[in-house]
Ligand binder design. Structure first.
Ligand SMILES: Cc1cc2nc3c(=O)[nH]c(=O)nc-3n(C[C@H](O)[C@H](O)[C@H](O)COP(=O)(O)O)c2cc1C
Length: 349
């Protein structure tokens, strides 16, 4: 585990001299492409150009204050202008460097190497056939790649069964093409790529917020299966993050869900609840040693039962509440899901 942390390190100057190899750039290897190639004769779909956007003028501080992850989408389609706006804000190209050594975009990137590509699984965008697309950022256009059968169900499954992901009108799938950054930064590249990705994702959050759409970063996805769906040459390019986008519904207020005032649970009251609550044997809630523990397979996490929470498994829960029987015995745990449904977990032991 600790070994993996090193990925986040940089180096002291002495180590730098010793460890960082000569780069392909220094060896005069020609620069890589900063946009994945595509067949010349395919028609591309024009997006709405940035100087024609009528949307996205919200005050910045309002966006900062209202941003949150949103996981419940309506069935309304997105407009082409909205999609164009999101693509422009996250990966729009302002200038391809004359030297051919990088590209300037609406987002920063280490060395302007811009190692990401944006694929879209489109379920509902006005005027576009559903299917898999890629953003051709150099010309601000879309490339249709293929249809995807049962995309909603498949994408939910590919997100470790987070069903809301599949139901979104559009699902952003970012891939990394690491060599673009490695060409200059060699072994230093991978942290830079992760930082670049975070920036792009935050830009999506903020641009969604600016036009009343919702999104959430999705780090849990089936790597191999999704790479295959996108037909990627995984030696050179692979998926690094997903983000469903849609018009969102206001979520149920937590005060409506908790029927009584939120309060700190004393270990003494948790003691009373000791036992297992489960559903379909997938997610178990166990009260033990004065803690509420969520268990999915071998994975256990201690939760604060009266705090808003999120977790991955059969359910994405926003919150949970305990209910007691009239005799004061543990009755059930009620989970408020990301879809704002209440799911009851019966007490089993
Ligand atoms: C890298 C990353 C991966 C994430 N993966 C998931 C995920 O797989 N499922 C999910 O529901 N939320 C995911 N989230 C969203 C976080 O749960 C969310 O940002 C966090 O709970 C804070 O809530 P807020 O964004 O509403 O402020 C992810 C966020 C980040 C930055």
């Amino acid at each position: 585990m600790k070994d993996r942390r090193k990925f986040l390190h940089f180096l002291d100057s002495e180590e730098y001299k010793e460890l960082v190899p000569e780069s392909d750039e220094q060896k005069k290897v020609p620069p890589p492409l900063f946009q994945q190639p595509f067949p010349e004769n395919v028609p591309l779909i024009d997006l709405v150009p940035p100087d024609e956007f009528a949307i996205g003028k919200a005050p910045f501080l309002d966006l900062v204050n209202s941003r949150e992850s949103r996981r419940k989408y309506t069935s309304d389609p997105l407009t082409l202008e909205e999609l164009s706006f999101l693509l422009w804000s996250t990966q729009g190209v302002k200038k391809v460097l004359k030297s051919g050594r990088g590209v300037r975009r609406t987002v920063p990137s280490a060395g302007a190497k811009s190692p990401l590509e944006t694929y879209l699984v489109i379920n509902r965008v006005e005027g576009l056939e559903p299917g898999l697309y890629r953003y051709i950022s150099f010309s601000h256009q879309l490339l249709f790649i293929k249809r995807i059968d049962n995309a909603e169900e498949r994408m939910g499954k590919l997100a470790f069964d987070q069903k809301f992901v599949g139901t979104a009108p559009v699902i952003f799938c970012w891939t990394a093409v690491p060599y673009r950054t490695e060409w200059r930064y060699t072994i230093l590249s991978h942290k830079f790529i992760a930082v670049d990705l975070g920036i792009v994702c935050q830009s999506l959050y903020m641009s969604c917020e600016a036009i009343n759409l919702g999104t959430v970063a999705i780090g849990y996805y089936e790597q191999g299966k999704l790479d295959e769906l996108l037909d990627l040459d995984t030696d050179e390019e692979f998926v690094v993050l997903l983000a469903p986008v849609g018009r969102y519904q206001r979520e149920k207020k937590l005060t409506e869900f908790f029927k009584y005032a939120k309060k700190k649970v004393a270990p003494r009251s948790l003691k009373k609840l000791e036992g297992k609550y489960k559903r379909k044997n997938l997610v178990e809630f166990i009260v033990k040693n004065g803690n509420l523990v969520a268990k999915i397979g071998e994975f256990e996490e201690i939760l604060d039962p009266y705090n808003e929470t999120e977790f991955i498994g059969e359910l994405s829960a926003r919150a949970m509440r305990f209910e007691f029987t009239e005799e004061g015995k543990p009755g059930k745990v009620v989970v408020l899901t990301a879809e704002d449904e209440e799911v009851e977990l019966e007490y089993v032991e």
